[in-house]
Ligand binder design. Structure first.
Ligand code: V47
Length: 360
């Protein structure tokens, strides 16, 4: 089916997860990947901001959130503090800021458009990729607004696209146990549907390696594929490996390297309509993210600059990688590193431009 360009079914998905020959699955995924992207691997220059970790939701897998202001390590930046935080880390090559926060019950809605407006004013070159569908749903419910109204206010303030977090696992059995007090699967998908209809692009994710069954991973991927058939608004899919430290699911441990590579490969094979599969190096670890470029992935995410969600959950990856590091990692697996914007426009590197000017 893969060679004939045919769509894979639910039972194909389960078979791919269960098949003992990981390298064969990887090779198939690599075929699909090279058909779409040749030998290109994308990266970007970005900065992650989490301006508050106070969060009403009580997800079992989370190490980042603190339920209430005043608890140890709970924090909330004011808008000027967030700007100062960015100023300290910003450099002019950066093209994206990625903002994800806790569901903070003490902040007024205006905080969010204010934050985006202030960032746009001071850093007009940064594309603002902000707020997961979980947050958009929370704002809509809390402030009695529709998804359209929330998104329109944020777009007016500078929102450029939505990140893919908060999807976790859609299947109700696992979702209820993992994060029963936040938006349902249908709600998550509806926020993205509305965003796509309003012209925003977005990403999507899965959190794997906790209590989900392989069938539930497949169900998750197929629900995303179905929405993508409808809207074509997803740009990238990012499988997120469970990190076990400092949260209540710790005893489960982390997924194995083989599971990480297989998750990437099966995602590439089932999600035939989502252009990019991102191996987020912060989460996979640099070495697995690099190998993933031969197992179906065609993106590594970015420089990131300072990461909290995974580092509070025990990630031992560095906090940032330089552009040179990223390029070296990509070249070492025989891929061609291409810098991109958030929306996958290619950024022509200044040395290439100089060369082109010199050679006419
Ligand atoms: O929604 C939280 C996950 C997500 C843990 O859109 C955990 O480009 C594993 O969505 N172990 C946030 N996962 C990160 C995210 C993301 C990252 C990079 C790029 C993009 C993008 C999106 O992290 C959360 C949740 O699913 N998460 N805690 C944990 N202990």
């Amino acid at each position: 089916k893969v060679h004939a360009g045919e769509r894979l079914s639910e039972s194909d998905g389960v078979a791919l997860f269960e098949h003992p020959d990981l390298l064969a699955i990887g090779q198939l995924a690599n075929t699909a990947r090279e058909r779409l992207h040749g030998d290109v691997t994308y990266f970007n220059r970005n900065l992650h901001l989490n301006s508050t970790n106070v969060c009403e939701a009580d997800c079992l897998f989370c190490s980042f959130a603190r339920l209430k202001e005043g608890m140890p390590e709970a924090y909330t930046m004011t808008v000027p503090q967030a700007l100062e935080w960015i100023r300290k880390r910003y450099n002019p090559g950066m093209t994206e800021i990625h903002i994800v926060n806790g569901l903070n019950p003490d902040l007024p809605f205006e905080y969010y458009p204010d934050l985006l407006r202030s960032i746009r004013r001071e850093f007009p070159k940064l594309h603002i990729k902000a707020f997961t569908a979980v947050e958009i749903h929370y704002f809509a419910e809390k402030f009695k607004l529709s998804y359209e109204q929330v998104l329109q206010s944020l777009i007016d303030a500078g929102l450029g696209s939505l990140p893919g977090g908060g999807a976790e696992i859609f299947a109700p059995r696992a979702r209820k146990k993992l994060c029963g007090d936040k938006v349902t699967a249908d709600g998550w998908l509806e926020v993205h549907r509305v965003a796509h209809q309003m012209g925003l692009k977005s990403n999507c994710t899965i959190l794997y390696g906790t209590i989900e069954k392989l069938e539930e991973r497949v169900d998750h991927l197929l629900r995303l594929r179905q929405l993508q058939d409808e809207t074509n608004g997803f740009q990238a899919f990012i499988p997120l490996a469970f990190h076990p430290e400092n949260n209540r699911l710790g005893p489960i441990g982390a997924p194995t390297g083989a599971d990480d590579l297989r998750m990437i490969a099966v995602s590439r094979l089932l999600l035939d309509n989502i252009p990019h599969i991102k191996a987020y190096w912060i989460m996979l670890g640099v070495k697995t993210a690099q190998l993933a470029q031969r197992f179906g992935a065609n993106d590594l995410d970015g420089t990131v600059t300072e990461e909290k969600i995974y580092h509070m959950a025990g990630a031992d990856t560095p906090n940032a990688l330089s552009v040179d590091d990223l390029k070296k990692l990509i070249r070492a697996v025989g891929r061609n590193p291409i810098e991109r914007t958030t929306t996958y426009d290619v950024i022509v590197d200044s040395r290439t431009e100089e060369l082109q000017a010199a050679t006419g």
